[in-house]
Design a protein around this ligand. Sequence first.
Ligand code: LMR
Length: 350
Amino acid sequence: MKYFFTGAFLILVLLISFFGYKQNVVDVSSLPYDDEQNGLSDQIIIHFSHVVAENTPKGLAAIKFAELVKEKTNGRVIVQVYPNGILYNDKNEMEALQNNDIQMIAPTFSKMTSYLPTWQILDLPFIIETDKQLQDVLTGPLKGQLLAELDELNIKGLDFWSNGFKQIASNDFPVQDVEDFQSLRVRVMASDLISKQFSLLGSTPIITTFDDVYYEIEKKNIQAQENTISNLYSKGFHKYEKYITLSNHGIMGYAVMMNESFWNDLDDELQQHILDALQEMSDWQFEMSIAMNKSGQQELRALPNVFLSPLSAAQKSAWKERVTPIYDTYKNEVSDSYYKLLIEEVNRSN
Ligand code: LMR
């Protein structure tokens, strides 16, 4: 009898649960309407991968771009941003882009030079020296010509973003005089022209992907690197590289690029929205990058064991003199016309 009542009770509980559940799954009319699901099947997702932190000029620009594209396309195009190399790093992001495994990347100009040597033009030191010159060059005719070259790689070049000027960060002593470069193991991005500059200075250039730099510093395989303040600060390199020489010797910027077939499959209206988003954020991007490098400098100055020092005019000219052959290398071996165009644009900007 006891078993009969227990069994009947259990069956009753099961029946109540089943009908309650059925009521919920079948009676969808009682569910609130979720407009986020609207048109979900028409949505186009752009996966945008990059290697730096979110709180950097490139990281923030990618987020802003995603917001603007969503707004302009009424949510039809969604840009999903993957920072910090969580998807791809310097070595494999180009291949991933060309295979359409991701649709957008924004590598530095320097990292494009192994595909397109002409792009070394933006690795030439001591030519662009002010924020205005930098913005004028990165938004002028040279930009159009360089971006057009991406067609041969089946890549759609969309825009240039800036990360300002490069400085020298070092572990053991401040790099001030040109002699300080002698025998120094310096991490560089993969660009022949940058490697040559450090060889001319007597250093040993060591090409390292951005995601490996911290490890290589920790292991003392590299003793110095050139980078922007925002990259140095956001990655915490100053834990080891305590000396930062404010040299502004070169510039760093990014080519914002999309897989070409993916781009071609977008209708004209969506393409225009993407171009409008980039155009709309262009001035903001330059200003934000200046502000971030400035605030990063203040943050670093406030740290007890980090030492920032400017370069004197004499130190700068000694450095410049030592790397002078690099200009002829570019003009004679790569492109005289790009060199002339750069100089013209810088002069016009003054
Ligand atoms: C670097 O490798 O140092 C930079 O290119 C990282 C970046 O993308 O800003």
